[in-house]
Design a protein around this ligand. Structure first.
Ligand code: SF4
Length: 326
């Protein structure tokens, strides 16, 4: 460990001021504390935001649902409205981490969590994300769990969050508060692909604080669900996952929202799959033909070629589960 200062803030403006001077926000601490212990992260100041009034789940005037950034994963997963209207969100949360971690970790922290790439967490390994310009050990190393979509020559790490995949599918908005005031940003733009700067992971200005994630209104009824494929059935990250939401009326798919996890450097929205579905009648062959497009553009690495077919099968299965087999 190394020395750092600790500040506990009681209102959002105080938090933003502390963030602007370089403090790192901490709430549940389930990621940051681990990384500080391993000296992967070395903030000079930690700003405890856990007492801020950002822990409510509220319906919006526009018919959506707003999850405060400090709502815990367990609280969000158990909320009756989330369970009823957006099972894809509650399922993604319940398939994440352990029950103990879900009681501590927050929605804001979850989407900010850092990659599980083992080289990132090994301070003796070259890693452009941890130390820009040092190289990427994963490209030629063991890369079975790494990304096949959205990669760059500089980084091939996946984003580890499950609920972020559900948020991407549902086209959520991220609410931010910064030195220049409040703003909101589409979830699809919030997390950044690595490009030449894999150390820059979010579209955040200095000091900006996540205040909420808003799920917009969707046509109802909206059937949805999340499938996670992994090496073991608990406490494991996704090899592939699929978040699917379908609005079916009069026997026709009127809206389709689909995203994949475990395969992209960010949660991977699948617009080609969505377009393939809209206007069609649910059928087994439709699920298969739509899912066949799920890995379009994939650039697999030496050890993760299996993810191409696994992703297609994951999406096909979840379309079948959510949309039915007829
Ligand atoms: Fe680092 Fe990204 Fe390469 Fe992993 S994949 S070693 S996080 S640069």
């Amino acid at each position: 460990m190394y020395p750092f200062s600790y500040t506990r803030v009681s209102d959002t403006r105080e938090a933003v001021t502390a963030g602007r001077r370089g403090g790192r926000y901490i709430a549940g601490g389930t990621t940051l504390v681990d990384l500080m212990r391993e000296t992967v992260e070395r903030p000079g100041e930690v700003v405890d935001i856990s007492g801020l009034p950002l822990r409510e789940i509220t319906a919006t005037e526009r018919g959506g649902l707003r999850l405060g950034a400090l709502v815990t994963m367990a609280e969000a997963a158990a909320h009756p409205t989330v369970r009823t209207l957006y099972p894809v969100v509650s399922q993604a949360l319940e398939l994440s981490a352990s029950a103990q971690l879900r009681n501590m970790a927050t929605i804001g922290g979850n989407i900010m969590q850092r990659t599980r790439c083992s080289y990132f967490r090994d301070v003796t390994a070259a890693c452009n994300k941890r130390e820009p310009g040092s190289g990427c050990s994963a490209r030629e190393g063991f890369n079975r769990t790494h990304a096949i979509l959205g990669t760059s020559d500089d980084c091939v790490a996946t984003h580890p969050s499950d609920v972020a995949v559900a948020f991407a599918a549902l086209e959520a908005q991220v609410h931010l508060l910064g030195p220049d005031g409040a703003r909101q940003i589409p979830f699809a733009d919030f997390l950044l692909r690595p490009g030449r700067t894999p150390d820059r992971e979010q579209h955040l200005d200095r000091g900006e604080l996540i205040t909420a994630v808003e799920i917009p209104a969707h046509s109802r009824p909206l059937r949805s669900g999340y499938l996670k494929v992994r090496d073991r059935q608990s406490y494991e990250f996704a090899l592939t996952s699929a978040a699917v939401a379908l609005h079916i009326r009069g026997g026709v798919i009127r809206a389709a929202k689909v995203a994949a996890g475990g395969v992209g450097t960010v949660p991977w929205k699948l617009p080609v799959v969505e377009q393939h579905l809209v206007g069609e009648r649910p059928s087994a062959s439709l699920w298969e033909s739509a899912a066949a497009r799920a890995a379009d553009g994939a650039r697999p690495l030496r050890h993760n070629r299996f993810k191409v077919e696994l992703l297609q099968r994951t999406v096909a299965r979840q379309l079948r589960v959510v949309g039915g087999t007829k």
